[in-house]
Write a protein that binds this ligand. Structure first.
Ligand code: SF4
Ligand code: SF4
Length: 261
């Protein structure tokens, strides 16, 4: 499928003649613009399958390149290089090296889901953006994002105890991302909340930090959920060709089922 957006052509591939006259007609400058021909040989024929194996990208094969996602995109409005339609195209045709040129901006999706509502094919482009960012991390092309650290901390606490404690999620997130616990803005927020918080709530929150309660009868559910997660992650690693890879990257950490506490 052809791409019609001139902005997508890399500047180094655009050629013009500063002084070109053909049959007496001056076609210098942009009148003589042409695109450098190129041959792509490094296709990754599994790229679509790899990304479709990750949550959110299951419907990527439905895309018919209408561009509604990019037209409605919050980030594209301020960063024209953020182009979901184009990246979906690259993924579907297997142009991995081309996709990697934009690896440092794909994570910028803010999950507003305007693209999801605009898409006539139920591709769920927001999910594709998330899956693509996750794929980049799993493959070791980008470091694990703060959002991924947060999701992992959140999930780990839910799986372990069937509930979360906001303060503990925040603490875990700071620990994972190497941030200090005492930050000015956090102290300020904590102070303001504490002033309005009913005393009983404050005591409950403090006790939860010490005793770490779990949902009643959670142990059996925990074992089943952990087994399911383990299966799913192994399937994904297999789809990404990471099974058996010798430390392909530090980010490909698959959580193993833990013994119920
Ligand atoms: S969810 Fe992401 S890709 Fe979709 S419109 Fe919002 S910022 Fe753009
Ligand atoms: S709106 Fe949907 S069908 Fe259209 S280009 Fe985007 S993902 Fe593809």
């Amino acid at each position: 499928m052809p791409i019609h957006e001139k902005s997508l052509i890399r500047p180094e591939n655009l050629k013009t003649h500063d002084n070109l006259v053909i049959d007496g007609i001056n076609v210098s400058g942009h009148w003589s613009t042409f695109i450098e021909p190129r041959v792509v040989t490094d296709y990754n024929e599994s790229l679509e399958d790899e990304i479709a194996a990750l949550p959110g990208a299951e419907n990527i094969h439905r895309c018919w390149q209408c561009g509604s996602c990019t037209n409605s995109c919050t980030i594209n409005a301020i960063e024209p290089r953020f182009n979901p339609r184009y990246w979906i195209y690259l993924i579907r045709v297997g142009m991995e090296s081309e996709l990697l040129r934009d690896k440092d901006i794909i994570w910028q999706c803010v999950s507003c889901n305007k693209c999801t509502y605009a898409c006539p094919r139920d591709v769920m482009p927001e999910g594709v953006m998330k899956a693509t960012a996750h794929w980049l991390e799993l493959k070791g092309y980008t470091p694990k994002s703060p959002a991924m650290h947060f999701d992992e901390e959140f999930t780990e606490q839910v799986v372990k105890r069937g509930r979360i404690e906001d303060t503990e999620v925040l603490r875990g997130f700071f620990r994972r991302t190497g941030q200090p616990l005492l930050q000015d803005w956090l102290v300020e927020v904590g102070w303001r909340v504490a002033k309005k918080l009913p005393v009983l709530w404050g005591i409950k929150m403090a006790l939860a930090q010490v005793f770490r309660p779990r949902t009643r009868g959670w142990r059996r559910a925990q074992a089943a959920i952990e087994e399911y997660i383990h299966e799913q992650e192994n399937e994904r690693r297999e789809a990404l060709g990471l099974i058996g890879a010798t430390a392909a990257n530090d980010n490909a950490d698959v959580r193993k089922p833990e013994a119920a506490e």
